[in-house]
Write a protein that binds this ligand. Sequence first.
Ligand SMILES: [Fe+2]
Ligand SMILES: [Fe+2]
Length: 364
Amino acid sequence: MADILPPNMLNERPQAPAGLLSNREKDRLIERGFLGLYRWYTARSQETRNWNADQSFDWRGMNKNLPPELITVIQGFFAVEQYAPDFTSNLVHLVRRSHGRSHFQLRWGSEEEKHADAWENAVLFSGQRSPAWIEEYKERLRAQTWELPFPDAIHNLVYTVFQERATQLNYLNMMKIAQGRSDRPHLAGVSDPVLAKVAQTIAVDEAAHYNFFLEGVRMYLYYYPEQTLDAIKNVIGQFSMPAATLIPDWQKFYETVYRAGIYGPRDFSRDVMQVAFRNLGIESRKALEEGIRKTREVPTFEGGNFGTTAIWDTFDYGMVEGDVRRLHVKIQDYEKGIGFDLYDPTEFVENPAVPRRTGQAADD
Ligand SMILES: [Fe+2]
Ligand SMILES: [Fe+2]
């Protein structure tokens, strides 16, 4: 519509319908949320997860007789994580205008880099791969470049939520095997406390990553429900683990992971998708697709958000609002501890487009 208006009238068009937040204001609120969350995250990361890939584990004590299948899996974990510089540089570039998000991606990258080093140490100290083999493997991997799975920031943010949860699950299941708790006959009786500790330590990081990105998606979902739900639908429609197309022996890795009971399509559906959905107030994939379809049936009017009314039935916005509010309380508590609140505290601002359950007697 904008292109058929004479240029001198463009400034007279309202930025947003009266009473609604403009996109500029929404972006500002989301940016403040990310910035506060990033600072909280960094302090917490340094306080509670400041481990070192070389010094935090008794590498000499690693089991030298692990089943070969497990070495294939560990080597695959290493292969994925060693793309950390590509993940980080691509994501930083994508969000470079956001202080909170770009600085976070650097911090995140420094944690992913530790994962790569820890898994490489695990490959080496398993005693089943020579340093020369590792060197050559690394060269083959590094000859390829990881590219972003989606072109825009919101899809990549959503993708990362599912990917972090999937990674956490992979490592927790590896930990279980290393603790001798596998139900697969070929892995029964495996015991490696060093490997168990490595897998657990990294899984805790992945859980922290999942939470950061989840909080980010919740903010988007609250202020931009339609675009965010659409991105969620698109991401789960074509989800695969990062670097799957870059790793030379991926098929063998994937099958080994599946046979070891570490990860497969059912795990994705039940322990990744359903968990993330629950955390985002989405009932199911079916409900999500149905909701988006209904939203598109509602006619939209130029310049307004009138078409998005149906979107609020697609997810539990009350729950998401509560989560976004709680995130802000957490950020405010952190800021008070430093004294930031004396200057420019991060505030929660309600999205006025959200239908209110109270005070609507006339509509009920
Ligand atoms: Fe990682
Ligand atoms: Fe991660």
